[in-house]
Write a protein that binds this ligand. Structure first.
Ligand SMILES: Nc1ncnc2c1ncn2[C@@H]1O[C@H](COP(=O)(O)OP(=O)(O)OP(=O)(O)O)[C@@H](O)[C@H]1O
Ligand SMILES: [Mg+2]
Length: 352
């Protein structure tokens, strides 16, 4: 079986980074992640093809058809970027690992995801979105959200833009932070939500019909003087996680909170029809009630620094086992569900 690997590398954007904020391409991968996934797939006996991304990837697919794609491509330009390659695979009738284009696009938009999650009856911090200064003025007049608030980009990941100043305590700080984000990341929707002062967890999930929790991992600052009410798992914390963060697993949880966290994470995974793998971020409110923060349908798979491989490792599951488990779930799902029509015909291949 031939498996194509689809990805976007940070280095592909070296030519434009000088004029942009230094975290603009934070979510993209390093070649090491591609090599690690490739190594696991080859060790399992699969032939692998590096497809990369975009038009060249499609051209390669036409020349060298694959049976399946292991997709970690984040895409470029706009809210639906993570769905770009999945949508092409859907069109071409090529099966791929991970959630489908609709789920993957939706989950990248934190505000839209929160609307569905709320509708389904799960707890998530109350929120507001801001696209322009008129909406900012309107929000400032609105007294429904309780301070402190948290300000972030609705459609970004890897803690892009997030640091201690993302938590705001009053109207002045709020206006300053929203204006800063609008100016620094033009065109992005800003999400303002109530700050959850309690403990933070991230939950790794794999599977389909009966999604399985790989583990619940607690994210704790290594600086003991920092209490959770002042802790943010921001950009610097993620870039320097080796020294700034303690990953606690098993998390020291009473049975009922542990159950509530797991059922929230699996409930959201099912509600959004995630496939094969995802990671759900959760924080507790001041009463210890778990709240949904966000869903990662393309969780980072860097062996050393990404939360899903870290939590798997701490739970006793090697990187190799994690990748093969995810692949196994994809293969099982593909066998069980009717496939689309493949549109790369032999004639088309001959024409390339
Ligand atoms: N409402 C909130 N209350 C408290 N802390 C929050 C809230 N929203 C976000 N945070 C903090 O900011 C961090 C990053 O936020 P979030 O997970 O939404 O961003 P992300 O960039 O999509 O993360 P990822 O790297 O997982 O993709 C969280 O892990 C948490 O520490
Ligand atoms: Mg997160």
């Amino acid at each position: 079986m031939r498996i194509g690997i689809c990805y976007n590398l940070k280095t592909d954007f070296d030519h434009v980074t000088a004029s942009l904020p230094d975290d603009r391409f934070e979510e993209l991968d390093d070649i090491g992640t591609v090599e690690d996934i490739e190594r696991v797939l080859r060790a399992e006996g699969y032939e692998t093809v590096r497809l990369g991304f975009g038009v060249p990837a499609v051209a390669k697919l036409q020349k060298e058809p694959v049976d399946l794609v292991f997709n970690i491509s984040e895409g470029i330009n706009g809210r639906a970027r993570e769905a770009q390659m999945p949508a092409i695979f859907d069109m071409l009738g090529i099966p791929y690992v991970g959630s489908d284009s609709l789920t993957i696009a939706l989950a990248l938009d934190k505000a839209w995801t929160k609307k569905i999650v709320t509708q389904a009856g799960f707890a998530t911090p109350a929120f507001y979105t801001v696209d322009n200064s008129i909406q900012l003025e309107r929000m400032m007049e609105n007294r429904e959200l309780r301070y402190p608030l948290f300000v972030k980009l609705s459609c970004e990941g890897s803690s892009m833009s997030i640091d201690d100043r993302s938590k705001v305590r009053n109207a002045h700080e709020l206006a300053q932070r929203v204006q800063y984000l609008m100016a620094t990341y033009p065109g992005e929707t800003v999400l303002v939500e109530e700050f959850m002062p309690g403990r933070e967890f991230t939950v790794g999930i794999v599977g389909n019909r009966e999604p399985e929790v790989v583990a619940v991992m607690e994210v704790v600052p290594s600086d003991k003087t920092k209490d959770m009410a002042n802790f943010v798992y921001g950009l610097d914390e993620k870039r320097n996680c080796d020294v700034r963060i303690i990953y606690r697993l098993p998390a020291d949880l009473d049975d009922s909170t542990d159950r509530a966290i797991r059922s929230l994470a699996v409930g959201v995974y099912k509600e959004l029809r995630c496939r094969d793998m995802a990671r759900v971020d959760i924080r507790l409110d001041e009463n210890g009630v778990p709240h949904f923060i966000e869903l990662n349908t393309l969780p980072g798979l860097n062996k050393r620094h990404s939360d899903l491989p870290i939590l798997a490792r701490l739970a006793g599951m090697s990187y190799e086992t994690l990748i093969t488990r995810v692949l196994g779930h994809a293969l099982e799902r593909i066998q069980q569900t009717p496939q689309g029509v493949a549109v790369i015909t032999e004639d088309q291949q001959a024409a390339v």
